[in-house]
Design a protein around this ligand. Structure first.
Ligand code: FAD
Ligand code: FES
Length: 272
């Protein structure tokens, strides 16, 4: 069922820092709580375009964020400060206006009876919070999480509650090799059971997942966090090249919009 996106103007409820502060007392990881918009349904993997009024004239474009979680009264996004927009978002105060456009995009596949392996790298964990909360049989899912910052910088509590979560922190190159080895083992097990692999994280992580998916013939979806300006198919800023496995012949080897046809794609259908 198509869920129609809606534009809502919402007052921020709170912005809460996560994890330890840096050397100058600055935080980089935040949860943003907003009142739940009027839309009822959304699919994990879908995203929002957020534009606080505080962006003013200097930052004309909204920024895309995965829907982390919803409660009866709140919508929660989780973000890492990496530039001008997220820095301003971190300074939002109770009552500051935020324009919210969503829910957008397609969302991850849910196969309640298939073994489902969730692979997250860093902030790629965010859409999986909603995924495990909404999954009808969470005992069929498990997660491998690779991260560089301390675990308490990420929203892991809502995942731990529902499913087994193995996390590996990378602080030396040796630990990265260990993570890649474990990733391969876990994907192999999942592929042998004809399970479903879902991945979200930085591009090199997704490229590794895609290569293993090819080698192991693992049914795999990936969420692409391409840079986006409009989120609704108007600016062509988020284009992704398709592979020969794309379902419609006229688009094979062509370009599709990550905001409209994605952000979740079958790993064999796009080029990274
Ligand atoms: C579908 C989708 C879901 C996302 N979900 C989340 C989320 O849940 N939490 C979260 O923290 N971030 C998420 N992102 C990434 C987030 O949109 C960017 O971090 C944000 O737009 C950066 O805005 P900025 O103004 O702070 O940075 P800018 O000033 O615009 O850029 C600062 C730096 O960040 C890089 N950057 C900008 N956009 C992205 C991007 N999309 N991916 C990687 N690097 C980028 C730029 O290249 C630059 O180096 C998501 C992106 C997409 C497309
Ligand atoms: S973000 Fe504008 S077309 Fe996709």
């Amino acid at each position: 069922m198509q869920i129609k996106p809606i534009l809502s103007r919402l007052p921020a409820l709170e912005v809460t820092p996560f994890g330890p502060a840096g050397p100058e007392g600055e935080y980089r990881f935040f949860a943003l709580r907003l009142p739940r918009p009027s839309w009822k349904n959304w699919r994990p993997g879908q995203f929002l375009m957020l534009r606080p009024a505080a962006f003013g004239l200097e930052l004309p474009w909204a920024r895309p964020f995965s829907i982390c979680h919803t409660t009866a009264r709140c919508l929660i996004c989780f973000f890492q400060v990496c530039g001008r927009g997220t820095r301003r978002m971190a300074q939002l105060k109770h009552g500051d206006e935020v324009n919210v456009w969503g829910p957008l995009g397609n969302g991850f596949a849910v196969e309640p009876d298939s073994q489902t392996l969730l692979l997250a790298g860093g902030m790629g964990i965010v859409p999986f919070v909603g995924y495990v909360n909404a999954h009808p049989k969470p005992w069929n899912t498990s997660m491998l999480f690779g991260h560089r910052e301390p675990l308490k910088c990420y929203p892991v509590d809502n995942i731990h509650e529902y499913i087994p979560l193995d996390s590996l922190r990378e602080t030396t190159p040796g630990e990265l090799d260990n993570f890649i080895f474990t990733l391969n083992e876990r994907m192999r097990d999942c592929a042998e059971q004809n399970g479903l692999v879902l991945a979200c994280g930085p591009l090199p992580f997704l490229q590794t997942v895609r290569n293993f998916a090819r080698e192991l013939k693992a049914r795999t979806q990936i969420l692409l966090e391409n840079t986006m300006a409009c989120g609704v198919g108007a600016c062509l800023g988020c284009m992704t090249r398709t592979s020969d496995a794309w379902p419609t012949p006229e688009k094979r080897g062509g370009l599709v919009q990550a905001c409209r046809q994605g952000p979740v794609f079958w790993a064999d259908q796009v080029k990274l």
